[in-house]
Design a protein around this ligand. Structure first.
Ligand SMILES: [Zn+2]
Length: 408
């Protein structure tokens, strides 16, 4: 197996130790950002972190680790609240790339051959800042690539909100067209952060523009986090989102947990889904009826009609994960996986991250199991190894153990 980390957020590689060391000299002057971190953390975890204690109490490092490390399954908002400590302590700068260099050097000690690191533009950046950041970071990566065996390339995670997306993408595109030499270090764009309320279909116009631009430049990859966090919708709808992102042309899908998680994880639970979402899913099921049937899923006409008739356009769709529906969802997932396999889907799988952010209580429910069964194309990533307290070696071990259990 190639030692390539293909889904990883650059700053998410920072460990609790790293943050403690980086923070001790700057925490007093970063107090505004740290206050923001504390407020956001309290919203997500119902507990206000006393961040000064991280550096002022004797057990400060333990306190920081307890708040920062994301070791138990919980939802994405809580994960983001932990990640915010990185944002508060290491805001992106336009003239100092020492943290990025430190991270890349440290990851190279894991004997990776390739490190495809995702980064972002700070929301504070204007065009000039963005250009300085692009120039400084690509130069830093280029120099390190000459020196280290591990090769690093950059992917820019862009905001899902249209207005910010277009602005930041334009900066990137303009930089690439004006700086061909440095731009070789940039290989793609990505969509990350919270996915709720940002359906892939809204990106149709942007995707079109992106692929047209790709014809005029050294093509960039389009990566897309999807089906990772879906508490506001049914598995049917979350899987529809995954299919839509793939069919719009995303080269690789990040996580796609909904496509493979064993539905019995949700047994006895109920979900309320918005009328618009539900209507789109029922329509999608109808449109894909014959391909789904070819892959083994037959739409239950009576159920479909009954549920659809309950939706008057205003009421939420109440879906219960009952035994018979769980069985049906398994068949549906398998059919969708086979259908997407035919359409050459590639999934970036991050074993530990999926367990924690997917709120998956044991490996039995883990999506990789069924991805292997259906022989999907998978690539491996560590996602945010610093927060998850993991490493490429560890993730590779889990990945291989899934592979071996199923194929002897
Ligand atoms: Zn990610």
């Amino acid at each position: 197996m190639k030692k390539e980390d293909l889904h990883v957020h650059l700053h998410g590689c920072l460990t609790a130790e790293d943050l403690w060391f980086l923070g001790k000299d700057v925490y007093k002057k970063n107090n505004i950002l740290l206050d923001w971190y504390a407020r956001e953390y309290e919203k997500a975890w119902n507990k206000r972190p006393l961040y000064q204690d991280y550096w002022e109490k004797e057990n400060g490092f333990e306190l920081l680790s307890q708040d920062y490390l994301f070791l138990e399954p919980s939802h994405f908002d809580r994960f983001q609240a932990c990640f915010n400590l990185i944002i508060a302590l290491c805001p992106l700068k336009t003239h100092d790339f020492s943290i990025q260099e430190y991270i890349i050097r440290k990851r190279s000690e894991e004997n990776l051959s390739y490190f495809e690191a995702r980064t972002i533009f700070s929301p504070r950046f204007d065009k000039k800042d963005a250009f300085q950041y692009l120039e400084g970071l690509t130069r830093c990566v280029k120099n390190l690539n000459k020196e280290l065996t591990m090769q690093t390339k950059l992917v820019f995670s862009l905001p899902r909100e249209e207005i910010f997306l277009e602005k930041q993408y334009d900066w990137l595109q303009e930089f690439i067209s004006q700086n061909k030499f440095l731009a070789k270090e940039i290989v793609g764009i990505d969509f990350a952060f919270s996915e709720e309320n940002h359906p892939p279909r809204e990106k149709r116009r942007f995707f079109k523009k992106f692929f047209l631009d790709n014809q005029k430049r050294k093509p960039l990859k389009l990566l897309y986090h999807v089906g990772e966090s879906f508490r506001d919708k049914t598995l049917f709808s979350a899987i529809r989102w995954i299919t839509e992102a793939h069919r719009l042309g995303a080269h690789r899908l990040g996580h796609a947990i909904a496509l493979g998680v064993d539905p019995s994880l949700y047994e006895g639970k109920e979900v309320l889904e918005s009328p618009l979402e539900a209507a789109q899913t029922f329509q999608w099921l109808e449109e894909n009826k014959s391909s789904l049937k070819n892959f083994g899923y037959e739409l239950n006409g009576d159920w479909h009609k009954k549920e659809r008739s309950l939706l008057d356009g205003n009421s939420y769709w109440k879906f219960s994960y009952r035994k018979e529906k769980i069985e049906e969802l398994r068949v549906f997932q398998n059919a969708c996986q086979k259908m997407l396999k035919e359409e050459s889907v590639v999934i970036e799988t991050c074993p530990t991250s999926n367990l924690r952010i997917g709120e998956i209580s044991s490996f039995f429910y883990h999506p990789i199991r069924s991805f292997f069964k259906n022989d999907l194309s998978l690539v491996l990533g560590t996602d945010d190894p610093g927060i998850f307290k993991t490493s490429f070696l560890e993730e590779e071990k889990i990945f291989k153990s899934f592979q071996e259990n199923l194929f002897g």
